[in-house]
Structure formats: structure tokens, C-alpha cells
Design a protein around this ligand. Sequence first.
Ligand SMILES: Cc1ncc(C[n+]2csc(CCOP(=O)(O)OP(=O)(O)O)c2C)c(N)n1
Ligand SMILES: [Mg+2]
Length: 359
Amino acid sequence: MPDKTPTFGSEGVALLVPEVRSGRETLPAELCLDIYRLMVRSRAMEERMIKMSKSGQGYFWIGGPGEEAFNTCLGLQVKKGQGPAYDYLHLHYRNSATLVAMGMPLIDAIRQMAMTATDPHSMGRNFPGHFACREWNVLPISSVVEVQFVMAPGTALVQKRQGGDGITIVTGGDAGTAEGDFASCLIWSSRPGNELPVLMIVTNNGWGISTPASTQHGEKHIIDRGKAFGICGEVVDGNDVVASWHAIRRGMDYCRRERRPYMIEAKVSRLYGHSSSSGAQRVRNEVDPLDVFENKLTGAGLLDTITIEHTREEALAEVEAAVEQVLNEPMPQPSDVEKHTYAPSPVDVVYPEDYTGLP
Ligand SMILES: Cc1ncc(C[n+]2csc(CCOP(=O)(O)OP(=O)(O)O)c2C)c(N)n1
Ligand SMILES: [Mg+2]
């Protein structure tokens, strides 16, 4: 139920501001409605991309249905910009809702799905959900799991040296934490006197493709591994918008202020299996964060059936128009294959035809 918390308007008059509650934490109703719309748009986009993978308008799908609650709250709280004064994002292939919340047009993810030359993330050459955005410090997402955890201390080191309150955010799955890269991040972000502002996020969906997490983890919680390095953290229900928002807020505030690492383990769902390679069929026995939030907002009197229908229809229309446009956009040409492989360097002047770099 919404709480009626008295606050004071510009004239000093008490106003009743509805809030949405989870346990002892609350969020303003307006923010919740914004989050809800972003979640609906992200879901519509991913479900259309799954269809594209099945109808030959793309070949492989992987993405984030089931992680919208947590990932939307993450995207909305990022200090967005370019350079070390802003947050760096070393993301995972299930972070589409984070990018949507940051303001990515849905059509750009669909371009990557359709592998068109207009795809701003990879010029049609990477899997869907493998975003890259220099203007927002989003480093190219890799399908090689966990490499982002060994790169994250690099940007955090620059941020620590430079001063300011920019932090480095790194996300990955539960199974990926078995890689040495995860351990490298623990070690490098917690060296005494050289602690780094890294927010380490593990989205734990309980699976590594077809391997259940229950057969792989001797520790109770993945964040418990941080204890040996003096890294604080918390486990949060990633299907709960209000709880996720506040866990991310605490983690970000801590990293910004203390210039030290923090860990969040978000328990999330995986609603369409691992990827199109495992069929991308809808899973029915996992919690759907969108249903949970919709019910919460409806129960709080903030949503009704007509608004829900309208929000969904609007999102579907946006996605459909995007697909129609993308299918008329150009594909990369053979001559494009060498583009953007290496950054421009003085070597190009000496060996203009040699894209492989040094002789
Ligand atoms: C280094 C590496 N090893 C194996 C794989 C194959 N692979 C792709 S996704 C995946 C599972 C990752 O599970 P998790 O880290 O829990 O992330 P999730 O997909 O569940 O979000 C594996 C093993 C890979 N891409 N990279
Ligand atoms: Mg997993």
C-alpha cells in the first residue's frame, strides 16, 4: 500500500506524497511509475528480439528478461558521462534494461540484433546485448565471461588517482565468479592503501547455462568471498524494485564517498533460459519481476488495467516501428570488416594499408 508521508511544498503547506514500500524502505510513486515504464519497454524489446532470432531476422539471442527490476534501478542511478569524473560500466550481456534506463533508444539494441551497419554498439558484428558506448563510459561487453572483472580495477585506479566521485561498476553472473578474473578484482580493489572505488555486482540467477549454482558454490553467499578482503556488501532480492534501488544506492554512496570496493549480490530470474541456443522458451517457474512490480503498483492504487494495457501497447508499437525501420537499413559490407578493429594510431600513417598494426 502507498504510504502517505507528509512533506512540505514551496509554500510550507503539508502535501501527501504517495510512496511505494518494501519492508522498511520506500520509493516515491512518480519514480516507481518511471521505473515501471522502463521495465515494460525493456521487456517488449527483448521479447521482440527473441522472435527475431526465431524468424531469421537475427541468428542468436541472449539478454536480460528477468533482470529488469535490478538493472533499471542501476541504470537510473549511474553518474552518466564520459571520462573518469563519471561512472565506468563494465557490464554483462544481460544488462539491456540498464542501458534502456540510461536512455539508449530501443532501436539501437534491435539494430545489433539484426546486425545492421547502423548498430552503434558494434556495427552489426557482435551478439545482441553486447553494448559499447564511449559517451557513457560503457566499455564493450564481452561474451567471454568475467573478463570485465579484471578490467574494472584499471578504470577505478584512474578514478582513484584523479580524485572526484566517479566510480567503476562491474556486473557479471554467478557462474562467472568461478573465473580467476573475479578473484583478481577482489585482490586488486582491496590492496591496503590502494583500495579502489569498484562496485562489484553479481546477478545470481542460479544458473551457468545448464549447471545449477547449488552444485558449484561452497560458500553461502557469493559476497561472502569479499569478507576475506575486507570488502563489505549485501545480498538483495533483485526482483524487488524498492529493495534493489536502495541496495544500489548504498553501494554507490559507499564507493563514491569511501573510495573503496563494495559488493552486491542480486538474486534475479532468468525468464527465457540461457539464450536462443537453449531454445529461449518462456520459463514458468521463476518469479517475474515485472508481474511483481505491476501487482505492487496496482495494489497501491498507482496502476489500473487501462494504464497497464496502454503502457504495454505503447511499448509494443515502439518496438514494432523500430523493427520495421531496422529491416530496411543497410548491412555491413565486406569492405567494412577491418573497420574499428584497432584505434587510430601513428602506425597507420607509416603503414596505411596495414590494419594489423606493427610490422
Ligand atoms: C571464459 C568463458 N568460459 C565459458 C564460456 C561459455 N559460457 C557462456 S555464458 C556461460 C555461463 C555464465 O553463467 P553466469 O556467469 O552465471 O551468467 P548468466 O549467463 O547466468 O547470466 C558460459 C559458461 C564463456 N563465454 N566464456
Ligand atoms: Mg547465472
